[in-house]
Design a protein around this ligand. Structure first.
Ligand code: UDP
Length: 240
């Protein structure tokens, strides 16, 4: 009999910043390989994994908009294209380990990847393939965290697992205050009212409205990604 895990289908959000690791280059192959290995280990257990990748390691629209007259929408389209580069890199890494992986983009780039088709994404997951969603929501003025919440709701995944470079959510910024403490459990309301920097408001309210729990955890600690996917205690859990 197959052991039962907390989640049957998960949405893993990997930020661009996390992919960069401590490298000067945009992507650290050690990080992508670690992600691929841990995802491989859980897909073999039968847990379905969809991934949303960010692009902040290459281009973040909001920090470019305004400079040299660049309008926000154009900047954001460049940011969305950046997520596609990360997605292709991650896909190639996963497939080097023998994990069948499909990339689906929120806008059409059919020579490079499949377009996002919800029912097709679900079918891939049911067949044990990993699906990487790229190009965010396909709309400027949104983030890949919002894309993670949106895709999670659409494909009926049970949780958003937000892989970051910190151990979870703190009561204060640990870079400013060494005594800041990690909060293991939070409600959506606490995150919103205390303005804790977890996700942007659009993303967190989308999770709240759809009762999607969010786990924030550190992907740099070996084993954490697999732990989070298996539903073991790690980082901060945010729910109703
Ligand atoms: N982006 C966008 N719409 C989306 C998702 C992303 O316009 O639905 C753009 C935006 O410019 C953003 C960039 O893509 O700054 C990279 O995504 P994000 O900043 O969310 O990546 P992360 O912080 O996870 O690395």
């Amino acid at each position: 009999s197959t052991p039962s895990f907390r989640w049957r289908r998960v949405l893993l959000k990997v930020s661009g910043e996390a992919l960069a690791g401590d490298q000067k280059q945009n992507i650290d192959p050690k990080v992508t390989m670690a992600i691929a290995r841990e995802v491989a280990s859980v897909t073999r257990l039968g847990i379905e994994v969809a991934i949303v990748v960010g692009g902040g390691n290459i281009f973040r629209g909001s920090s470019w908009a305004g400079s040299s007259g660049l309008d926000r929408s154009s900047a954001d389209y460049i940011g969305m294209l950046a997520t596609v580069m990360n997605a292709i890199y991650l896909q190639a890494t996963m497939e080097s380990l023998g994990i069948p992986t499909r990339v689906q983009t929120a806008f059409r780039m059919s020579e490079v990847a499949e377009p996002y088709i919800r029912r097709r994404a679900v079918r891939h997951l049911e067949k044990g393939r990993v699906v990487i969603f790229a190009a965010g929501t396909g709309n400027p003025f949104f983030t890949t965290d919002t894309a993670a919440a949106l895709r999670c709701a659409e494909i009926n995944a049970e949780v958003v697992l937000k892989a970051t470079n910190v151990d979870g959510v703190y009561n204060e910024d640990p870079r400013d205050n060494p005594n800041a403490c990690l909060l293991e459990n939070l409600t959506y309301h606490e995150v919103i009212s205390k303005e804790l920097s977890v996700m942007d408001l659009t993303a967190i309210t989308l999770c709240q409205e759809n009762n999607i729990p969010v786990v924030v955890f550190n992907l740099n600690k070996a084993g954490n990604i697999a732990k989070a996917i298996k539903g073991e205690k790690v980082g901060t859990l945010i729910e109703g």
